[in-house]
Design a protein around this ligand. Structure first.
Ligand code: UDX
Length: 467
């Protein structure tokens, strides 16, 4: 099929490249001429596995980039809208980019098109797109508006697209529903999985994926509700971790105990310093605003957000317990991205903590495998420097903080780290290590929802002095 994707940001770019991989002819549109020039030259502006390889494979063949929306729309039968929907200061979604696209579509449409929302948008957006297009003179039989939310996680977005748990197709007419089905037919028929894709099949992949057809409004709600539910799991387990700390229980054991109930599930029950990123924080506030507009006060969402914010305060309190005063302390920070596997620092809890540390007068030396360049652009302070490795960050440090769950941080050379640090104190905001192992390696170790651990000799010294 001939497909246009408007918006070459995170969602739009991954969708464009993956639609090409499914065999469609794709034009990816953006009004940022510089970005389009970069992409046309084969350069990928974001850090995402398999994206460079797939771009190279399809660029100039099934995939092209352009700033000309009119030409692209006229050449396509399906148009995906994947432009940004940033949060307003009040927390609801700013849909002005979506509205601008709807107007541009109205001026371009010459024959029947399906216009599909791919960005995360509040319920009723499809109706607004429809109204704007009608108001701008497009005849109602020339288009339908549908919703096809994405559930991509940064870092594994290409894999999530090609091997989804489910595909949600929200359409209110048979014609638009059939065209959406056709787009995803390579996945839903299983045909794609017999081809030789350069993206390896994940062990847990559901092949072929489930296709769920719904009304457009339900599809819009599915996206908001999915993200809110996942955020709720994280805040729930963080709240339980806080209780574990208070009563001396172990959150890992509790997670195992509850996560193995198939009704609950183990995934998204990892405690830590809270969720961040471009989706959860924004989508929760937007969902809250949607519910409020509809006359329902969704208090549970408020509580999810509050627990998430408290995790940062609690971590700072833990840091004070470990180091006493903070002014002038030299701290090594491992991780700046909002999670491992990405260079994205949007709403990153790690970055929030770094900002608090700087405010407290700490000297921070940070390392992140991918997010240092972005952080350098965003945060400049004489109290913040960057290191070339976790070990360079740890040199002479009074304490080391693990703030992002990068795989690289799960197997650090502990004896080397111990030797480099001035004081062997580790605060792990992602529970990457076994407390006993850390203690055996000479560290005083604090994590989330578990008792802190100390090296055996320190315990002996403490016991002696107590005696
Ligand atoms: C999320 C959704 O998962 C995805 O379906 C949607 O399309 C976009 O938003 P993403 O923002 O890429 O994806 O990150 P995700 O992997 O979901 O993690 C979100 C945040 O939650 C991260 O800060 C992560 O560290 C945190 N998290 C996740 C936890 O603290 N504990 C967990 O158990 C899981």
């Amino acid at each position: 099929m001939r497909v246009t994707v408007i918006g070459s940001g995170y969602v739009g770019l991954v969708a464009s490249v993956c639609f090409s991989e499914l065999g469609h002819d794709v034009i990816s549109i953006d009004n940022d001429a510089h970005k389009i020039a970069l992409l046309s030259a084969g350069e990928v502006p974001i850090y995402e596995k398999y994206l460079p390889e797939l771009l190279e494979k399809h660029l100039g063949k099934r995939l092209k980039f352009s700033t000309d929306i009119v030409e692209a729309v006229r050449a396509s039968s399906v148009v995906f809208i994947a432009v940004g929907t940033p949060a307003t200061p009040e927390g609801d979604s700013d849909l002005s980019y979506v509205e601008a696209v709807a107007r541009a579509l109205a001026s371009a449409i010459n024959d029947y098109k399906v216009v599909v929302e791919k960005s995360t948008v509040p319920v009723f957006t499809s109706e607004w797109i429809r109204k704007i297009m009608l108001l701008n003179g497009v005849s109602h039989e020339l288009f339908d508006v549908a919703s096809n939310p994405e559930f991509l996680r940064e870092g594994t977005a290409v894999r999530d697209f090609l091997f989804p748990d489910r595909i949600v197709l929200g359409a209110d007419t048979k014609r638009s529903g059939a065209m959406l089905q056709e787009i995803y037919a390579p996945l839903s028929s299983g045909k794609f999985y017999q081809s030789n894709s350069l993206v390896p099949t994940p062990a847990e992949a559901k092949i072929p994926p489930l296709v769920i057809t719904t009304s457009t409004k339900s599809a819009e709600l599915i996206k908001h509700a999915s993200n809110a539910f996942l955020a709720m799991k994280i805040s729930f387990i963080n709240a339980v971790a806080n209780v574990c700390e208070a009563v001396g229980a172990d959150i890992n054991e509790v997670c195992e105990g509850i996560g193995t109930d198939s009704r609950i599930g183990r995934r998204f029950l990892n405690p830590g310093i809270g969720y961040g990123g471009s989706c959860f924080p924004k989508d929760l506030r937007s969902f809250q605003a949607v519910a409020k507009d509809a006359g329902y006060e969704f208090r549970l969402l408020q509580e999810i957000i509050a627990v998430n914010e408290q995790q940062l305060t609690r971590f700072m309190r833990k840091l004070r317990t470990a180091l006493w005063t903070l002014r002038g302390k030299r701290l090594a920070v491992l991780g700046l991205a909002f999670k491992g596997g990405t260079d994205d620092i949007r709403e990153s809890p790690a970055l929030c903590l770094v900002q608090s540390l700087i405010k407290e007068g700490c000297q921070v030396r940070a390392y992140d495998p991918a997010a240092m360049a972005r952080t350098q652009e965003y945060l400049v302070s004489p109290n913040l420097e960057f290191a070339a490795s976790p070990y360079a960050a740890a040199e002479g440090a009074d304490g080391l903080l693990i703030l992002t769950d990068w795989e690289e941080f799960t197997h650090l050379d502990l004896p080397r780290l111990r030797k480099l640090m001035a004081y062997p104190i580790v605060l792990d905001g992602r529970n990457l290590y076994d407390p006993q192992l850390m203690a055996q390696n000479g560290f005083t170790y604090y994590s989330v929802g578990r008792a802190f651990a100390m090296p055996p000799q320190t315990t002996a010294v403490q016991t002696q002095s107590l005696a």
